[in-house]
Design a protein around this ligand. Structure first.
Ligand code: NAP
Length: 282
């Protein structure tokens, strides 16, 4: 029978561990979240992050800027937060409004690498690429790896296929799996024979943003399937990039959407904030 990987439960356990660690700290970790504009989904995500901080004893500071905010205004907030000794993590909620899309990357790179709890600066991305253990790793791939390891601790020699090559997820996920001694294939929108490649995967991870794209005949019997996608259907219901009903018939273990990777992303953000505060030299 297929095992359901309960991300909600695993994330709750991680949050409890973090809460205990934070309770014993004299100086509490602090996270600043910068939210620009009115995107409803971003508002929901930020609310969830602030609530999560409160639940484990991380101090949080929300900086809301208008939809019309300029590069200079956002840059000035980042610069101030970079030197605030009470804040150990700085998160710029993405995506930024359309008029800032060309400078989004420049703003992300302005975050001090030691406070970059999203792991998106070149220093942290480079550390992950080189296998240095002291960088901050993007939260969703970090959480996905924990879910995979809840099924099987030793991943050495397994073939992992990652669908998607974004800086936020696909690329760091591939690096983490390489560090676990997997043989890693990254597939994307130009990949040929994608179904056949997926069928070779002992671990199949989908992060493409296409509802139910991965069907039963894309999955090897007994594979571990991690569904990162969050898609809203016309009915209003959320679904992943994997056809969950079909995948259940063939996978050894699978994450649901919602209740799989999502809760792990937030728990790993808290973990990164704690890590940043432990490493802080301010
Ligand atoms: P993204 O930046 O849009 O990247 C999507 C990737 O999927 C790209 O590499 C793209 O290939 C690839 N792709 C698109 N269509 C494809 C197709 N038909 N066949 C194969 N590959 C295809 O998205 P992202 O930020 O990585 O996020 C991916 C999904 O994960 C989204 O649904 C997002 O909402 C979800 N997500 C969830 C969480 C969470 O906490 N659960 C966190 C982050 C993201 P090209 O590079 O060739 O264009």
């Amino acid at each position: 029978m297929t095992m359901l990987i309960n991300g909600k439960e695993i994330a709750t356990q991680l949050r409890e561990t973090l809460k205990t660690q934070i309770e014993s700290m004299d100086k509490k970790p602090g996270l600043a979240v910068i939210l620009v504009g009115d995107d409803p989904a971003s508002h929901v995500y930020v609310k969830g992050k602030i609530k999560a901080c409160e639940s484990v004893g991380v101090l949080s500071a929300e900086h809301k800027l208008l939809d019309t905010a300029t590069f200079d205004e956002i840059a000035s907030v980042i610069t101030t937060l970079n030197t605030d000794p009470t804040l150990h993590g700085v998160l710029l909620q993405l995506p930024l409004p359309d008029h800032l899309s060309d400078v989004q990357e420049d703003l992300v790179q302005m975050i001090h690498p030691e406070k970059d709890v999203d792991g998106l600066t070149t220093l942290n991305a480079g550390k992950l690429f080189l296998g240095h253990k002291d960088g901050l790793v993007p939260c969703t791939p970090q959480g996905s790896l924990l879910l995979i390891k809840s099924v099987q601790e030793d991943l050495s020699g397994l073939h992992a296929v990652v669908l998607g090559r974004s800086n936020l997820f696909g690329k760091p996920m591939a690096q983490l799996l390489l560090q676990e001694n997997c043989t890693v294939t990254t597939a994307h929108s130009r990949t040929k024979h994608i179904e056949a490649i997926c069928r070779q995967a002992d671990i199949l991870i989908a992060a493409v943003g296409r509802p139910k794209m991965v069907k039963k005949d894309w999955i090897k019997q007994g594979a571990i399937v991690i569904d990162v996608g969050i898609n809203r259907l016309d009915t209003g219901k959320l679904c992943g990039d994997v056809d969950f009903k079909e995948a259940q018939e063939i996978a050894r273990a699978i994450t649901p959407v919602p209740g799989g990777v999502g809760p792990m992303t937030i728990a790993c953000l808290l973990q990164n904030t704690l890590r940043a505060s432990s490493n802080s030299r301010l």
